[in-house]
Structures are given as C-alpha cells and as structure tokens.
Design a protein around this ligand. Structure first.
Ligand code: F6P
Length: 541
C-alpha cells in the first residue's frame, strides 16, 4: 500500500480487536479452545513453530493477515525475488535470496546472470577453501594454514562469526577461525595472541573496502605479518572479500585472491555469499552448501506458502501486534543452545539496522513504532540473569525460544535438562501462578503477592531436530524474512542504513583533534569540545 497503513480499515479493525482481547488471559484462551495447541503450529522445512502461547485468537490472525494483504505483501515478496529495485533510497535490487538459488534456477536482473555469477563465486570459494583445508595452500614459509582470521565489522563480521560458533562441531579440518572487528586495539591484540604468522591466513572482509575499523585492523595485521615474514609473504597470507576490486588492489591484495559480491547484497544479508569464506574454510564447501540449501528451503516456503501458514509472515505479524498494539518495546531471542550464543547479536544488526527507521520509503514519517529491539542470551544463563523481569516485571517482553531435539554431544542427560528448562519457562510465562494457587500451598499471606506469577507473557517456540548447517540456514532465512515483512507493513526501506553514516564521518573529522597541538576550537558543540580537552589532558597532550 502507498501511504499510511495506520489509516487503513485493517489497522482500525486491529485497534478495536486489541481493546477486546488485551484484557484476556492465555489461561482463558486455552480453556475455551481445546484444539488451540494442536491448531497453532506451523512447519517450515525442519523448523516447527508453536505459537499457541501468543495473545491471539483465530480472529486476530485473520485481521493480521488482512493487514499484510492490505500492505501489498504478496507483490512485495514477488518484487524482491524478481530483483526489482525495492531498496529505493539506494536504487538497488535486494537479492540475498539469490545467494542460495540452486544452480539450475536461472535469474537475470538488470542484464546480469545472477545465478551464474553467484555460482562462479561459490565455486571459486570452494576451490580455495579446499586448497587451504587440504594443506595444498601453503604460507610463505611452506607451512599449511592453521588459523583463519576474518577482519571485518557489522555484516562482514557478525554473520560468519555467529555461524562459525554455531557450526563448530562441523569444523573438521583442524583449522580454527578467529574474528576481529573492533577498532579497539585490544581486539586485534587478543586475536593475534598466540598465533604464528607462518600458519595464519587473513581474510579481509568489507563490502566497500573503505571501512575505517576493518582497514585499520588489516593494516595492523599486515605489519604483524610483514614484521615476521617480510613483504613478499602478503600474497600467501592475505585474501579479500569485497565488491570493490580497486580498493582491494590499492591495499596490496592480489585481486586474483579476491572473492566478490554485488551491491544487491546488503552487508547484514551477506554471510551466505563470499563474506562466509572463513566459515567455508572451517566447515568445508559441502557443509556450506548444505547451509545454503537450508536457506533456500525457507525462501521457498516464504515465497509460496499462504500467509496464514507462512512462518516468517506469521512471526512478523506477531511482532507488529505486540510492537504497535500492545506497545511492547523489545523482543527477546532465547536460544537453548550454547552454540547460538552470538545469534542474538547477529539478529540485532539484521533487524535493527534494517527496520530502525522513522520515515517510510517515500520520505514521509511513519507515525507508529518501528524496529523491534532484539536482545537475548542463551538459556539457561538468561534464566539466572534477566528472566525475573520477564516473569514478574511490569513490561511485556514477547520472546522467541529456540531449541533443538538432538545435541551434538551429551553428558549425563544434560540436553534433556536444557530442553526441560526451555519448555518450563514458556509454560510459566504463559500460565503463571495465581494468588489462590500459592496460598493453597500454605504460603504466608504477606509473601503471596511476591510469589504471584502473572503469566500471559507471550512466546514462540521454535524446535528443530538438530543444529546443523541446514537448520542454521533455515533459522537465519526465517529472521531475514520476518524483517522484510515487518518493513513492508511499516512501509520503510529495510535495506539502507543512512543512520550510521553521520557518526562515521564525524569520527574521522574528530580524530585529528585528539592528537593535534592545536586547541580543538572548531568542534561542533561545546560538550564534545570539553570531552576532547579532557581526553587530551588525560593523555598528557
Ligand atoms: O555499520 C554500517 C555498515 O555499513 C554495515 O551495514 C556493514 O555491514 C558494515 O558497516 C561494514 O561495512 P563493509 O562491509 O563495507 O566494511
């Protein structure tokens, strides 16, 4: 829909429905509908979703689906997969779904053979990864590579770092991957600690190859290597992933050792392409391709399933329901998997850089809250930290619980205990415990109010058979498409990120003032000027 969806009949109908439903408790909704649990489930690939513990009825879902239709979601999905320039502010196609198209599925966009190009890069990555994994690729002293260090930030770091942690059990070539992103020198120092330059390969990952943090870290890494092995070693120890061949060459990396991608892949949507090179080296091209196949399963589900049976659509609409009608400010993502400990951080960039917008694609103000704040930690650690607020606090925090049936490694039935915790938490959050129930246990009446568990706290539970390359790809695609649907309803451009540009430019402008002898007179504001003076004093400048 063009214009303000909040003025639509569908939005008004949801407003009215909210008034009727918001006072009702999940205990009642379950009591009056015996089939609820069985009916409110969905499957996409290997992902099973239980959404019965949401504050919705069949009518809510019908109204939300009507809103999606009103927003023109079907046409938008088709436009994205077709390669229309739906990133309007940058006039670009949005084709991360093409990074996982099977070779046989032709796609030509703006005259480019997209599938052909994607597979050419995948093949080049595979060949290189195999050479490194098989120890054919040797460092400057003739030794094989033992550690791959990915240097990147944002989408050029979080994706491969998250996925490497998630898929550590598949890193079978004895090659460790490390990730450095922050311009804080502690990061590169810590990353290089204990490494042998002779067995270290750096993958400099940057879509633009102009990012200050990445180029600074890459220069430091280069000095470290050259200091130990000499200038000629660079060619055997540095490769690049970028869309910018000129800048890669300028940095001194042979463009034969560059792995490309295209402007229609956003940074935060890119680790299933060349940005995943460090991951591919660690887990191997075959496992990487299994991951891509997993992504594709959910892409196809998203593209073809009717909205009321479409997992990303449904989960996105629930996000809209809580954000814009219940006024929820955040969404917790709680993986019951230690391997997914970087997943919430990865989702923060994916979701918040995408939908943290306050104008619609046409430049007009959005008028409602957008951009859910994603956060989380693996269960059960979170239970012993912040779940108290989820259970008894004054805020409504909808949460996604993610679990796996089969562990990679079990000890003493620990995995069952982990999963029992997941199920217990969602049950306690939904149904709570009443004052009567607590009093009936003989609790001191003065303590009863403290023990009341209000319940009615909504959760999704996603259960998959096992954390594999394929299920990881499915999970990531699920959240990518949730972002897309929410962005469509809000009418924002989910694929630009102008909001991070100003701060980057100002840091570059400010940097000389921290070190120069000149008084920092011409700074933009007195508060910042004062901080610069103080910093210089503290540093004895
Ligand atoms: O933080 C802004 C951003 O442009 C992200 O969107 C991107 O993932 C990150 O910086 C890194 O950019 P690049 O890959 O160009 O170095």
């Amino acid at each position: 829909m063009n214009g303000d969806i909040t003025r639509s009949q569908e939005w008004a109908a949801l407003d009215k429905h909210y008034e009727e439903l918001s006072g009702r408790h999940l205990r009642e909704l379950f009591a009056e509908d015996r089939e609820r649990a069985a009916r409110m489930t969905l499957t996409a690939g290997d992902l099973f979703l239980d959404y019965a513990k949401h504050r919705v009825t069949g009518e809510t879902l019908d109204l939300l689906v009507a809103l999606a239709e009103r927003a023109g979601l079907r046409e938008r999905i088709d436009a994205m997969f077709r390669g229309d320039h739906i990133n309007v502010s940058e006039d670009r196609a949005v084709l991360h779904t093409a990074l996982r198209l099977p070779a046989g599925r032709a796609l030509t966009v703006d005259g480019q053979d997209v599938t052909g190009d994607v597979h050419a890069v995948l093949d080049k990555m595979s060949a290189f990864s195999e050479r490194v994994r098989s120890r054919e690729w040797r460092g400057a002293t003739g030794q094989p590579i033992a550690t791959v260090v990915n240097i990147g930030i944002g989408g050029s770091d979080l994706g491969p770092a998250m996925a490497y942690e998630a898929l550590r059990d598949y890193a079978d070539a004895g090659i460790e991957a490390r990730f450095v992103s922050n311009i804080d020198p502690a990061d590169i120092t810590g990353t290089l600690a204990g490494l042998d330059p002779a067995t270290t390969l750096f993958v400099v990952s940057s879509k633009t190859f102009t990012t200050l943090e990445t180029l600074t870290n890459a220069r430091v890494a280069r000095q470290w290597l050259v200091g130990a092995l000499g200038e000629d070693a660079v060619a055997r120890h540095f490769v690049a992933v970028s869309t910018n061949a000129a800048k890669v060459a300028e940095f001194g990396i042979d463009t034969d050792n560059m792995f490309g991608f295209w402007d229609w892949v956003g940074g935060r949507y890119s680790y299933d392409g060349a940005i995943g090179l460090s991951l591919m080296i660690a887990i191997g091209p075959e496992r990487f391709r299994e991951m891509l196949a997993g992504f594709h399963v959910v892409d196809e589900h998203f593209r073809t399933a009717p909205f009321d049976a479409n997992m990303p659509v449904l989960m996105a609409l629930l996000g809209i329901w809580y954000t814009d009608f219940f006024g929820a400010e955040t969404r917790a993502v709680l993986p019951y998997s230690q391997r997914l400990h970087r997943f919430p951080a990865y989702l923060q960039q994916l979701t918040m850089e995408s939908n943290g917008k306050s104008v619609r694609a046409d430049g007009s103000p959005v008028g409602v809250q957008t951009g859910e704040i994603f956060w989380g930690e693996p269960g059960t650690n979170g239970q012993h930290a912040f779940y108290q607020l989820l259970h008894q606090g004054t805020r409504l925090v909808p949460a996604d619980f993610i679990g796996f049936a089969e562990p990679h490694d079990d000890r003493e039935g620990m995995h069952d205990l982990l999963t029992a915790n997941l199920f217990a938490q969602t049950s306690a959050l939904a149904f709570g415990r009443t004052a009567e129930e607590i009093a009936a246990e003989g609790t001191d009446p003065a303590i009863v109010p403290h023990k009341v568990m209000p319940g009615n706290r909504p959760t999704s539970t996603i259960l998959a058979p096992k954390l594999t390359p394929s299920t990881l790809g499915q999970l990531v695609a699920l959240y990518e498409h949730i972002v897309f649907v929410e962005g469509t309803i809000w009418g924002v451009d989910s694929f630009d990120q102008w909001g991070v540009e100003l701060g980057k430019k100002m840091a570059l402008d400010l940097a000389p003032a921290l070190t120069s002898d000149e008084p920092p007179h011409d700074l933009a504001d007195p508060s910042t000027e004062q901080l610069v003076r103080r910093y210089r004093e503290l540093r004895g400048r």
